[in-house]
Design a protein around this ligand. Structure first.
Ligand code: 15L
Length: 289
């Protein structure tokens, strides 16, 4: 590449202590939003291995600061506070916001207004790249017997999926208008292990989550890319071929959990919307008034 290395990447002589991602690239300061949530708690110590300073934020208590951490309690709808979060940051991993289906108002505040606040802050402070935790619920109304890629139209399965669809469109706009790069990760089900039959297709291990986030932070060119977040599961509904340039190589699979999951959960009625659609239980939530 003729442009040389992106300005925000800094190479340090000390390799990262956690070798999940095969690179010695280190950041000066990363921002992790939603650090108190399920995935935030997993990624917090992992991301610290790749940066000098990790700024962590959430709306709720974040515990004690580890060495090299900066803690900020911030609600995403608070514009000035969110803009300040973005100051002097090389890149962002944005997990913050409402992470499940529910009534519209809290999702509007955190996921829609909050997302706009984050991107405006990033624009003002010259942040070059954001890794956005989007969701498989952007396409939750595709059927479980379909395999889709990221080029099919969005079919959100609720307020939450709609807010993530907005987030992806916002990210596209900020790239087209301002050159701010985003990797939108349509995360499947990232838990310690798959909890039910659906998750045999949608599961992503925590180690693969780290691989996906680090690939997204360090890929030479991202523009606005959309990629599904899943492990190397035998049965899958999502084809990541259009996002090959991200360089994500999952190493784990739900298959070793299959026998246990299937013994625990009897087969469900295939005509039940929860079994019929990729979004599972989210597709039957609501209405809320
Ligand atoms: C999501 O987007 C949610 O944040 C998570 O809690 C899971 O429910 C996941 O989707 C899923 O679809 O399993």
């Amino acid at each position: 590449m003729t442009q040389g290395k992106p300005k925000f990447l800094q190479i340090a002589s000390v390799p990262p202590p956690m070798p999940t991602h095969p690179t010695a690239i280190r950041f000066r300061r990363l921002l992790l939003t939603g650090a108190a949530g399920g995935l935030g708690r997993e990624l917090r110590p992992r991301l610290k291995a790749y940066c000098d300073t990790l700024r962590v934020s959430d709306i709720t208590a974040l515990g004690a600061a580890a060495a090299g951490e900066e803690l900020q309690i911030v609600a995403l709808q608070e514009q000035a506070a969110v803009h300040a979060l973005l100051q002097d940051v090389d890149a962002v991993v944005h997990l913050g916001g409402v992470s499940v289906e529910g009534p519209f108002e809290p999702i509007l505040q955190a996921n829609i207004i909050g997302m706009h606040n984050l991107y405006e802050g990033a624009r003002k402070h010259g942040v070059k790249r954001i890794v956005f935790a989007s969701s498989n619920h952007v396409t939750g109304f595709y059927r479980q017997d379909e395999v889709i890629d990221t080029r099919v139209p969005m079919r959100p399965d609720g307020h939450y999926g709609l807010s993530k669809a907005f987030g992806e469109n916002l990210a596209q706009f900020y790239f087209d208008r301002y050159g701010l790069e985003t990797a939108s990760l349509r995360i499947g089900s990232s838990f310690a292990e798959p909890k039910d039959r659906r998750m045999l297709a949608t599961w992503m291990s925590y180690d693969d989550l780290e691989r996906l986030v680090m690939s997204s932070l360090t890929a030479p060119v991202v523009g606005h890319s959309v990629i599904y977040g899943l492990s190397d599961n035998t049965v899958r509904w999502w084809d990541n071929t259009p996002a090959a340039h991200i360089g994500y190589r999952p190493q784990d699979s739900s298959e070793p959990f299959r026998a246990t999951v299937e013994a625990r959960q009897p087969p469900l009625d295939p005509q039940d919307p929860v079994t019929r659609y990729q979004g599972g239980g989210f597709v039957i939530k609501g209405p809320y008034q």
